[in-house]
Design a protein around this ligand. Structure first.
Ligand code: GAR
Length: 296
């Protein structure tokens, strides 16, 4: 299922499981209150008066769903369920670890229910096993002795009731079958400012070497939705770091990686709180947690 395209002033959340959207309610003059709305039928809103119905009907009709904080602020509503995440890795998995740590200390409204690794023995897979997170291997190894087919991978993710997939240093192409099964639900992190230095063959240290050789003065991670090609899906978030004249690829990689850990946690938090919306032209945006009028 896909979320529908919306007007940015009346955004619709991304998550297909829960097609909530945010509406600014002006019927409480003391403090404008934000609630999460669902459906298209105002007759299901008995607790709000006609002024609310009138106000909302000017923009769209909806059913109020989430809680509103007593201080006038927004709480995670009843409609915002905890999300099941699958993380995909090919190597050390430092992004995976930082997301897992953020989950453990309550910064992300979700759980990593399965780790998908392109190699059974890699840092990310070992960390997952130590933490009791199930590990599956994808794709099939050349000998065929290990690893799932695309079809079996999708079945496994369904079995784990995965809502969203986070690629964190996963270097294999994502099969079309998985993209079809999880539309607008798969994110990737790339260590350059896409669309520069992306595409097949641009991964890990190769990206940083190319960045330095090109003479650009800025780099940084990009988080984007995943489509059938390498690094071409819609851009959701970016962070900028300087490229210093004395930088080695390793030094630049370390600076970018530090930003990766922060931005991926922030994006995963937004995803799990259903704060990602789609602008009418197809660009995904993140609604600020503190100010629902602000998008980035
Ligand atoms: C990260 O820098 C990530 O951006 C990059 O691989 C590294 C994985 O590090 N991904 C790509 O290059 C994808 N094209 P990690 O395993 O320590 O998270």
């Amino acid at each position: 299922m896909e979320a529908q395209a919306i007007n940015p002033h009346f955004p619709t959340t991304l998550n297909s499981k829960n097609r909530n959207f945010m509406a600014k309610i002006t019927c409480f003059p003391q403090s404008p209150t934000w609630v999460s709305c669902k459906s298209h039928n105002l007759s299901f809103v008995p607790e709000f008066g006609t002024s609310l119905k009138k106000d909302l009907s000017l923009r769209s009709s909806c059913v109020v769903k989430a809680k509103v904080g007593s201080d006038g602020g927004e709480e995670l509503g009843e409609g915002v369920s905890r999300k099941n995440l699958a993380v995909f890795v090919s190597g050390g998995g430092s992004n995976f670890r930082s997301i897992h740590e953020a989950i453990l200390d309550g910064r992300i409204n979700g759980d990593i229910v399965v780790l998908v690794a392109s190699k059974a023995e890699c840092g990310g897979a070992n960390y997952a096993r130590n933490k009791g997170i199930p590990v599956i291997v994808f794709p099939k190894t050349k000998s065929g002795s290990e690893g799932l087919s695309p079809h079996d991978l999708v079945s496994a993710l369904r079995k784990f009731k995965v809502d969203n997939v986070l690629l964190a240093g996963f270097l294999k192409l994502i099969p079309a079958e998985l993209i079809r099964a999880y539309p607008k639900s798969i994110l990737n992190i790339h260590p350059s400012l896409l669309p520069s230095f992306g595409g097949k063959g641009y991964y890990g240290m190769k990206v940083h070497r190319a960045v330095i050789a090109s003479g650009v003065r800025y780099s940084g991670p990009t988080i984007h939705f995943v489509d059938e090609h390498y690094d071409t899906g819609r851009i959701l978030a970016q962070r900028v770091v300087p490229v210093l004249v004395t930088d080695t690829a390793e030094e630049l990689a370390a600076r970018v990686l530090q930003e990766e850990h922060q931005v991926y946690v922030e994006v995963a938090a937004a995803l799990c709180e259903e704060r990602i919306i789609w602008r009418e032209d197809g660009v995904p945006l993140i609604r600020s947690k503190d100010d629902p009028d602000k998008f980035s």
